[in-house]
Ligand binder design. Structure first.
Ligand SMILES: NC(=O)C1=CN([C@@H]2O[C@H](COP(=O)(O)OP(=O)(O)OC[C@H]3O[C@@H](n4cnc5c(N)ncnc54)[C@H](OP(=O)(O)O)[C@@H]3O)[C@@H](O)[C@H]2O)C=CC1
Ligand SMILES: O=C1O[C@H](COP(=O)(O)O)[C@@H](O)[C@H](O)[C@H]1O
Length: 491
């Protein structure tokens, strides 16, 4: 993944016994250990409410690592070395006096401090203040916060203000784990390292863009969280808009965090606001009913464990997004994301415009658009659909469309692709903010998304039903068909 060990870091992990920490963060830290990227002496202090000793937590962690790390990557001696770094401290995050204890663990002289807030977001402020009262942080402390930052613009401002009272923006690492995915970072390489694409990347050459992030899973026992969020807050406000920004932004002048973030913010500011009269044609929301997933029957959203049978929370959203700027004027971005779709698939399709004058068989005119398919997951890679002459004496100048194919796992004898959290933790240790989201990005994204949510609550239609295992409500197909287009399906 990289070749340089980060400096020695101590991590205070607030919420160490929670789902995120156990399922994602500890396995990612273990992988950094396995790759030899944790500096000697780096330590991890897990913090949560449950009354457990450090030994009991290490024992539990050993089992979780067995569960979440692939068997071929589970190395018992590396696990033991990793667990030696882990200690646990019982702490109620509301208990200001309790934070004093953390100071005896700190080693300010020899080690950078990372504070990772894997707690409910409502606690970010109180944890930050309690750390300050206990003089636990310095100006160098890095603070990591998870999404969602609030549930709308106003609440995100409150959280950001609370964090901002204690920390400078340069200390804050707001996670959007999509930015940690190798294939998402690859969008920057693809766009700005290949002049071939750079010169074609605008409304003169591109007719429209599709972004699909489909999941076959349902809400995986997270009803309590998900029903308050819905797909628009859970996926659109963050991951989908980040992907859109990376595709739509102007070239940054360098790879520094602020150069990239400045360009993303310009895109967010240029998103056309979706007014009530646009809802019918620009927005589709759906909710899955019972159906099948990977060949097995699955319940509908309203029959999931703990469900409120009358919920109108959306599990699917499709949007037509217009970007009102010079580069993208007249180029719609069709984006869709949902749970319980037929497969797990994230891909971006760039549809290029046809040549200005067409000279081939009129029956084949529909073929005459090049497409760039960027597969983010699974089967990471890209494919450029180009037109060539069909072979054979009797074919004349018939055209055929074929792919220039780049499947990363086949093309490069590369290392394993690290999980997004491995990359993000590694960048935090090195103090690089370019894969993290700045406050104004979060707020502009909320500002745009809030308008859609407001339109729904001002009397929009309820979510349209779709059977689990299908590609969402038929209205999402109608949305794109109305413009004479269709969602890309690989033939
Ligand atoms: N789970 C996921 O896949 C994802 C989660 N996130 C975000 O990550 C954060 C954590 O989520 P998740 O792990 O799912 O949440 P969980 O509810 O599973 O875990 C929360 C953790 O916080 C601790 N905690 C809560 N309140 C207190 C308190 N007052 N004092 C001490 N400890 C407390 C809990 O400790 P105890 O168990 O001892 O009560 C537990 O360890 C949230 O912000 C969430 O939105 C973001 C993306 C994905
Ligand atoms: O942040 C979230 O992302 C996951 C999807 O992430 P992926 O890396 O598996 O594509 C989603 O399932 C979850 O609801 C959401 O909170």
């Amino acid at each position: 993944m990289a070749n340089k060990i980060a400096t020695r870091c101590d991590i205070m992990l607030f919420g160490a016994l929670g789902d995120l920490a156990q399922r994602k963060l500890f396995p990612a830290l273990y992988q950094l250990e396995r790759a030899g990227l944790l500096a000697d002496g780096s330590r991890i202090l897990g913090l949560a409410r449950r009354e457990l000793s450090s030994d009991e937590v290490r024992k539990e962690l050993r089992e979780r690592l067995k569960q979440y790390v692939k068997p071929e990557e589970f190395n018992p001696s590396v696990v033991e070395a990793f667990l030696q770094r882990v200690e646990y401290q019982v702490l109620d995050f509301n208990n200001e006096a309790g934070f004093g204890l953390l100071n005896s663990w700190r080693d300010e002289e020899n080690s950078e401090l990372i504070v990772y807030l894997a707690s409910p977001p409502a606690m970010y402020g109180v944890i930050a203040r309690n750390l300050r009262s206990a003089s636990c942080c310095t100006e160098k402390t890095r603070v990591v916060v998870e999404k969602p930052i609030g549930h709308d613009l106003e609440s995100s401002r409150v959280i950001n203000d609370e964090l901002g009272e204690v920390y400078k923006e340069s200390q804050l690492f707001r996670i959007d784990h999509y930015l940690g995915k190798e294939t998402v970072q690859n969008l920057i390489a693809l766009r700005f390292a290949n002049n071939l694409f750079a010169s074609q990347w605008d409304q003169n050459h591109i007719s429209h863009v599709e972004i699909t992030v489909a999941e076959s899973v349902g809400i995986e026992g997270r009803w309590g969280y998900f029903d308050k969020a819905g797909q628009i807050r859970d996926m659109i406000q963050n991951h989908m808009l980040q992907l859109l920004c990376l595709i739509a932004m102007d070239p940054p002048s360098d790879l520094s965090a602020d150069s990239i973030r400045d360009e993303k913010v310009k895109v967010l500011k240029a998103l056309r606001r979706i007014t009530p009269d646009m809802m019918e044609t620009y927005v589709v929301r759906g909710q899955y009913t019972a159906g099948t997933s990977t060949g097995k029957p699955v319940p509908g959203y309203l029959e999931e464990e703990g469900a409120n049978k009358r919920s109108e929370t959306e599990t699917f959203v499709a949007l037509k997004v217009e970007i009102d700027n010079w580069r993208w004027s007249g180029v719609p971005f069709y984006i869709r994301t949902g749970k319980r779709l037929p497969e797990k698939l994230s891909q971006i399709i760039i549809h290029f415009k046809p040549a200005p004058h067409y000279i081939f068989d009129p029956d084949q005119k529909h073929l005459a658009n090049n497409k760039l398919i960027i597969r983010l997951q699974p089967d990471e890679g890209m494919s450029l659909k180009i037109l060539t002459k069909d072979q054979g004496l009797h074919k004349g100048m018939r055209l055929r469309q074929g792919p220039l194919e780049l499947t990363f796992s086949e093309a490069f004898e590369s290392e394993r692709i690290p999980d997004a959290y491995e990359r993000l933790l590694w960048e935090i240790m090195k103090g690089n903010q370019y894969l993290f989201v700045r406050r104004d990005e979060v707020e502009h994204a909320w500002h745009w998304v809030d308008r859609i949510i407001q339109n729904w609550s001002d009397g929009g239609d309820p979510p349209k039903r779709y059977a689990a295992g299908t590609w969402g409500p038929v209205a999402s197909i109608a949305m794109i068909t109305r413009d004479g287009r269709s969602w890309y399906e690989d033939a």
